[in-house]
Design a protein around this ligand. Sequence first.
Ligand SMILES: CC(C)(COP(=O)(O)OP(=O)(O)OC[C@H]1O[C@@H](n2cnc3c(N)ncnc32)[C@H](O)[C@@H]1OP(=O)(O)O)[C@@H](O)C(=O)NCCC(=O)NCCS
Length: 179
Amino acid sequence: MIPPELPSPADTGPAIRELGAEERKAAVGVINTAAGWYREFLPPEELHSPEMDESGWDAEAERMTWWGAFSDHGLVGLTGSEPIGDVVLLRHLYVLPEHQRSGVAGALIRHVEETAPGSTGMIVAGTYRANYKARGVLEKNGYRPAARSESVLRAYYDIPEDRLLGSIAYVKRVGPPGR
Ligand SMILES: CC(C)(COP(=O)(O)OP(=O)(O)OC[C@H]1O[C@@H](n2cnc3c(N)ncnc32)[C@H](O)[C@@H]1OP(=O)(O)O)[C@@H](O)C(=O)NCCC(=O)NCCS
């Protein structure tokens, strides 16, 4: 019998590690599968199909670190972290539909927070206003809408104007109290 104080396998969460260039194909597959959700709330003219291709993944890898979440089924989710000054951007958070709502995104978010440079004062994440799944997971993990959301998006995100206007920035203060 397993002693009650030991975590059950369901409590352990996914294993998270940095993704390498040789994993880009699997990573892009996860992104484009999970991004199918955008069809539920974006007008057709705002859909980008595919959401990301392999060259786009490589370009992002030059400016940020890709993190993958692995279960027994292999790569099930991913995200990216990009330090800019004393801010870290939490970018491209995607979990395969059949693995959603089991804490994978939450584990990725915590990993980005835990691996942020010691000088980090704030984590910033942007998402579509209509993306209630992403907004829910961010709020569940302590993120709040930025007071000046549009300025935050303009300062940190290089995204098309249509996306920017339909998006919202979330922020979470991290680091020692009083910073
Ligand atoms: C947003 C996303 C990454 C969340 O991943 P996840 O692994 O399911 O998230 P977690 O299991 O860690 O957290 C679950 C929380 O997220 C929110 N959420 C996730 N799926 C949801 C759904 N179908 N309906 C409502 N809220 C949902 C809720 O707040 C939920 O908490 P609850 O189960 O207590 O209600 C995932 O839905 C996804 O990949 N979506 C498609 C791509 C996307 O929108 N990415 C965000 C880009 S910024």
